[in-house]
Design a protein around this ligand. Sequence first.
Ligand SMILES: [Zn+2]
Length: 134
Amino acid sequence: MLEHKFVVFMPKEYEQNVLYVSMEYKTVTHLCCCGCGKKVVTPIAPHSWKITYDGNGITLYPSIGNWDFNCRSHYWIRDSQVLWANDWDESKVQATKIQHNDAKLKYSDKILHKQEDKITSKKGIFQKILSYFK
Ligand SMILES: [Zn+2]
C-alpha cells in the first residue's frame, strides 16, 4: 500500500512507498516500487499519465514501466496498491514507445495547427481592417 502526499514542489529526500502528487506541476513522483531507489517521474498529461483520486486511493493510468532502469520493473498503481505486471520483451517496449511518441506528435501537431488557425484568422481580420481604410 502506498501513501500519498499532495505537494507543490517535490521534496529533496524521497521516502519509499510514498506518491508525491503536485497538481501545480501536473506531476507524480515516487521511488521505484521494487526498492532500487530510482526516482520515477510520471507527468500528468493527455498522452502521458492520468491520475484518479477518489478521496482515499490514487490510481495512475497506464502502467509504469521502468524500462530504462536496471530493475526493469513494471507495475500498475491502482487505488494506491502496487500491482506487479510482467516484464516486457524489448520489441514490445519499443513498439509501445513508438506508439506513445506517435500519439504525442499528433497531439502537439493539433495544438500547432490550432495556433496557426488563430494566427491566420487574426491576419484575416487585420487585412479586413486594412482594406476598410483603403
Ligand atoms: Zn526499481
